[in-house]
Write a protein that binds this ligand. Structure first.
Ligand code: NAP
Length: 297
């Protein structure tokens, strides 16, 4: 598995990342298997958020790290903060809202460290742009967390290019990524300036829902006009459609890091195989045409 720095001064991650958003219903042994399957496939970076699984996924993952502390040294942990959900676990929340205050960022990291059974995070992301964000407070919180060694690097998620530039102008350390929705099916970030701005900063994006959230594979979500040409091209490359969709992202010169969302260990190994596919330039545009329905201008 290829490894790469997500920013010249950022962490080195596996080029494919395992995301835990959908792991809520899984047993500890199933989670353990997914972690080991990832690491065995060379996927050593894991994407969390404080809120995943109604505030439960970090803790479930942390239970595996507690059972085998040697795993922590082999992996990189990314988590997020800033969204406050309506939840029985947070009775003080009256409405779903964002909180990027210094106090909340620091408290959220303390809780994530406890949940994950670790004393540092490789990367912390602000989960969503917060209209009430006090940028100096974010900068202070990041500075404090860096100083005391609790977080090694910082970034954002779902930020527009303007929001990214704006926050970077306040934060001392480089923002090392912007985690955005990005797939063949949701490719706006490649065309609306989001990825261009990241390239200006020498930042690679993390792509969430790289398979479009699995829509392609659902019996109801299928669209023959899309599925048939993609299946045909996958057979030409002797790969699966999932691998072809990942290869489409990996082909981009900005060095995108796709985050696999599967709960199936076999699909982790399958996803890892995408790294070896070299997609031809014209096939890349052919795939784009399949989903847009027209040639580029
Ligand atoms: N920053 C954000 O705001 C944000 C938002 C959403 C997600 N994320 C991150 O991105 C990660 C990935 O997102 P995602 O889960 O939407 O990614 P995804 O990989 O696009 O979709 C995963 C879904 O596709 C299904 N799937 C994959 N391959 C399949 C196949 N061959 N046949 C049938 N079903 C298949 C999976 O089912 P199986 O489990 O059965 O394989 C799963 O339900 C999340 O875990 C999270 O870490 C971040």
């Amino acid at each position: 598995m290829e490894r790469k720095r997500i920013h010249p001064d950022g962490p080195e991650f596996s080029r494919l990342i395992t995301g835990v958003w959908r792991w809520k219903e899984l047993s500890t042994s199933a989670i353990e298997r997914l972690i080991h399957q990832s690491v065995d496939a060379g996927i050593t970076t894991f994407d969390h958020a404080d809120i995943y699984g109604d505030y439960s996924c970090e803790e479930q993952f942390g239970a595996v790290l507690k059972g085998d502390p040697s795993v922590r040294k082999k992996i990189q942990l990314v988590t997020k903060c800033g969204i406050k959900l309506l939840s029985g676990k947070r009775p003080q929340h009256r409405v779903k809202h964002y909180d990027t205050s210094r106090e909340h960022i620091v408290a959220s990291v303390e809780q994530s460290l406890k949940n994950l059974n670790t004393d540092y995070l490789d990367l912390l992301l602000l989960h969503r742009p917060d209209p009430l964000m006090h940028t100096e407070e974010v900068a202070e919180a990041f500075g404090l967390l860096k100083q005391n060694g609790k977080v090694l690097h910082f970034g954002v998620s779902n930020f527009t290019s303007t929001q990214f530039d704006m926050l970077q102008s306040y934060v001392h350390d480089p923002l090392v990524t912007n985690q955005v929705e990005l797939s063949l099916f949701q490719h706006q970030a490649l065309f609306d300036g989001t990825v261009d701005t990241l390239m200006k900063h020498r930042v690679s994006s993390m792509a969430w829902s790289p398979l479009g959230g699995g829509k392609f594979f659902s019996s109801s979500g299928g669209d023959d006009a899309v599925n048939i040409p993609l299946e045909k091209m996958a057979s030409q490359y002797k790969c699966s459609v999932s691998q072809l969709l990942l290869a489409w992202l990996l082909r981009h010169p900005s060095g995108i890091f796709p985050i696999l969302g599967t709960t199936n260990p076999d699909r982790i190994a399958e996803g890892a195989g995408a790294i070896n596919i070299e997609l031809d330039r014209q096939d890349w545009f052919e795939m784009l045409k399949v989903v847009t329905g027209h040639d580029v201008a």
